[in-house]
Design a binder for this molecule. Structure first.
Ligand code: AMP
Length: 216
């Protein structure tokens, strides 16, 4: 099964992808996570992407398309995958369709998490993760049981994404509306588009997604 979760930054694509990964035995492919790993490793790709990411601009299509096409060749993707943050432009959507067609595959569902922009700024600027195990928290909505200590692994070190500052978030939202939202029409024409209410609480969103996807 091949799923695509769409929605502006902060809509919950990453959180829900992780839940669907477990529920359906799929692999989450987050281009944002891959790029952050490239930046951290100091690779050529990371060097090219860093300044764009820090500003909240999109990384050029050809870099992203090469990165994802290499990733879906890996063995763990054979069981199916969830795309999180890709495609983000019409050329990326067209490249994805060609990559899948080459393998005799096609997208099963493109699901939009429908949310409101102002709420996204609040969600994103308050989020942070445990530096050791990656568990996500939020200043207001999801605090650890004991302040400053990770509930899952006990670590006391936390990190925030460099691009989760308000100005950058607004630029990322603009990029979504200008460059990514037009893909919704593309998937609607393909007959694979559904939408769920991304403003509902996390469990309710997962339940709606499972309703769209159906049985594993
Ligand atoms: P994300 O973690 O999905 O919010 O992505 C973080 C940043 O990585 C974005 O603001 C872009 O700069 C870059 N990025 C991630 N995925 C893509 C993509 N499919 N196309 C272009 N840029 C991307």
């Amino acid at each position: 099964m091949i799923l695509l979760l769409m929605g502006p930054p902060g809509a919950g694509k990453g959180t829900q992808s992780k839940r669907l990964e477990e529920a359906y035995g799929l692999v989450q492919l987050s281009t944002g996570d891959m790029l952050r790993a490239a930046v951290a490793s100091g690779s050529d790709l990371g060097k090219q992407a860093k300044a764009l990411m820090d500003r909240g601009d999109l990384v050029p299509d050809e870099l992203i398309i090469d990165m994802i096409s290499a990733r879906i060749e890996q063995d763990d993707c054979a069981k199916g995958f969830i795309l999180d943050g890709f495609p983000r432009t019409v050329p990326q959507a067209e490249a994805l369709a060609a990559m899948l067609a080459d393998k005799g595959l096609s997208l099963d569902h493109a699901i939009e998490l429908a949310v409101d922009d102002d709420a996204m700024v609040k969600r994103i600027t308050g989020r942070y993760t445990c530096a050791k195990c990656g568990k996500g928290y939020h200043d207001e909505f999801e605090k650890p049981a004991k302040e400053g200590v990770c509930d899952k692994c006990g670590s006391t070190e936390f990190t925030r994404r460099a691009d989760d500052k308000e100005d950058t978030v607004r630029n990322r939202l603009d990029a979504y509306h200008a460059q990514t939202a037009p893909i919704l029409a593309y998937y609607k024409d393909e007959g694979v588009l559904s939408d769920v209410d991304g403003m509902a609480d996390i469990d309710a969103v997962t339940a709606q997604l499972k309703g769209v996807i159906g049985q594993a």
